[in-house]
Write a protein that binds this ligand. Structure first.
Ligand SMILES: Nc1ncnc2c1ncn2[C@@H]1O[C@H](COP(=O)(O)OP(=O)(O)O)[C@@H](O)[C@H]1O
Ligand SMILES: [Mg+2]
Length: 496
């Protein structure tokens, strides 16, 4: 029986090598399943946001940690799972692939393709939740994001690194404003990310279609968690998309991100919170909803020169009901943002496009980022326009006899007509400056507003063809009297 000794030796060696300490393998068990959420016992070492795996291959992440149990939000359908099934830790936090390869794509919040093309090849992944840049890593907002919308660029200028909320009732043009802003980045240095949360797929396809037809699809990315996606995917979408955006921001690039919309995101958060028995607070939202959106929007920033000088500008969208801006989520979001563009159902019904309520809208830091030349011509615009809207209300009770009043009403009507803009018709910043300079000089007093659309399109080539305006066009920081006069002359020449 040769070989026995050898076998014995091998056995001895194995026994000696065997680690005799307790072997730790964390396994949990599903206690209960609800819509998109599992209550799990065990897994004492699990961390918040850690990915866990189920025997069906489905994945989820740890949403809340209690002493004796935890709640896991599903990222895949829970089909085939039931109470008693095992859950295992993965040791990794929920993360998203980042990198150049994502541009031009439509993906879900985990980076999985939704556009029928192969999975994007990326070499890096980042956690969906990341800390916001510290104060010392930031710089002041000082460069504009041009939206091509006169009503925004002239009245509520947005700066790179700013968070400007777009808020209003449904069907008042909120998405359209954000999409027009994205389309206007064509040919520029901005990367655009549109995050769809809880929307119908048809609505998302319309946005994708608009960008493909009129925008710069190769520099745009869509992160989509539509209404029928797992609540966990909808929940993580804005965070994951922001991590993708930060990768560009941290390389010194400029990113515009649209969250459409955070009202639906708040509703998903409330649903998951109620299912996991967190104590409901105001309007049944859990107490951490403010912090949730604050830590998301804090990640928008203009970075300091030492940090590469990139920027992340956010346009979160929120929907309100019956014009109620003082509901819980709207007030939260308003206080977290650096201003809000309020769309009005009344103005929309009165055919003002975009239907921006000038009295309720504000941009708190954008003024510093507005071009000097724009400031020079837009200074009085807001007040004149607001006064006009007020007088118009009162004039319903009887006409104004006063000639001065009549003149101001006529001037206001011209402003309203100028600010009116169909979708997909961006007005370049130099054309905006020319129009406002002409308005200021009274050159539009006799003009028929019906011709303003044609005027806007005709002006761009005229301005481009004027060598004396080249310096101003390249950098509209200051408006000299000569340039101002030249712009007014160009407008007069184009007017019929
Ligand atoms: N500037 C505009 N000119 C013409 N139509 C517009 C304009 N802005 C929005 N609309 C139309 O109004 C409708 C609602 O716009 P949308 O942006 O989807 O609103 P919301 O996002 O507030 O629900 C859409 O049919 C859109 O085409
Ligand atoms: Mg919308």
């Amino acid at each position: 029986m040769s070989g026995t000794d050898g076998d014995l030796d091998a056995l001895k060696a194995r026994v000696e090598q065997a680690a005799l300490g307790p072997s730790v393998e964390e396994r949990g068990t599903i206690l209960a399943l609800a819509d998109g959420l599992a209550t799990v016992s065990g897994l004492p070492g699990a961390e918040l946001n850690e990915l866990v795996a189920f025997p069906t291959g489905a994945r989820g992440f740890v949403m809340t940690l209690d002493e004796d149990k935890l709640h896991v939000t599903f990222l895949d359908p829970a089909t085939g799972l039931s109470a008693g099934d095992a859950v295992s830790r993965t040791g990794t936090l929920i993360s998203v692939p980042v990198g150049e390869a994502l541009l031009g794509r439509v993906i879900d919040p985990l980076g999985r393709p939704l556009d029928g093309k192969p999975a994007p090849t990326t070499s890096e992944a980042r956690p969906a939740e990341r800390p916001a840049p510290a104060i010392i890593e930031r710089d002041f907002v000082s460069e504009p994001v041009e939206t091509g919308l006169l009503a925004v660029d002239a009245l509520f200028a947005i700066g790179r690194g700013q968070r400007e909320l777009i808020i209003g009732e449904r069907q008042t043009g909120k998405t359209s404003i954000a999409v027009d802003a994205i389309l206007n980045q064509k040919g520029g240095d901005m990367i655009c990310i549109y995050v769809a949360i809880g929307q119908r797929l048809s609505a998302v396809s319309r946005v994708i279609d608009a960008v493909e037809r009129r925008g710069d699809p190769a520099r745009t990315l869509f992160v989509v968690a539509e209404a029928t996606a797992e609540p966990g995917l909808q929940w993580i979408a804005p965070f994951a998309a922001t991590s993708i955006a930060e990768w560009f921001r941290d390389r010194g690039q400029h990113v515009l991100i649209v969250y459409d919309d955070l009202t639906k995101h708040a509703a998903t958060h409330r649903e998951l919170a109620l299912l996991s028995h967190q104590p409901p607070g105001r309007e049944a939202y859990p107490g951490d909803i403010f912090y949730l959106h604050a830590r998301l929007l804090e990640r928008s920033a203009k970075m300091s020169a030492a940090k590469g000088a990139g920027s992340l500008t956010a346009l979160p969208i929120a929907e309100i009901e019956a014009g109620n801006l003082s509901a819980y989520i709207p007030t939260n979001l308003i206080s977290i943002s650096d201003g809000q563009i309020v769309t009005s159902a009344q103005l929309f019904a009165a055919n003002q496009r975009p239907a921006i309520d000038v009295g309720l809208s504000v941009s708190r830091v954008g003024g510093k980022a507005q071009w000097g030349a724009m400031k020079a011509v837009a200074g009085r615009l807001r007040l004149d326009y607001a006064q006009y809207l007020e007088m118009k209300m009162f004039s319903r009770f009887g006409g104004f006899g006063d000639a001065a009043m009549k003149a101001r009403m006529a001037h206001g009507a011209k402003i309203a007509a100028l600010l009116n803009q169909p979708r997909f018709a961006p007005v370049p910043v130099m054309v905006q400056i020319a129009l406002l300079a002409a308005l200021d000089a009274g050159a539009l007093d006799a003009a028929d507003p019906a011709g303003f659309e044609a005027l806007k399109t005709a002006l761009a080539p005229r301005i481009a063809a004027e060598p004396r305006l080249k310096a101003l066009s390249d950098h509209p920081a200051k408006l000299s009297d000569a340039d101002r006069a030249l712009l007014v002359d160009l407008v007069k020449a184009v007017l019929p």
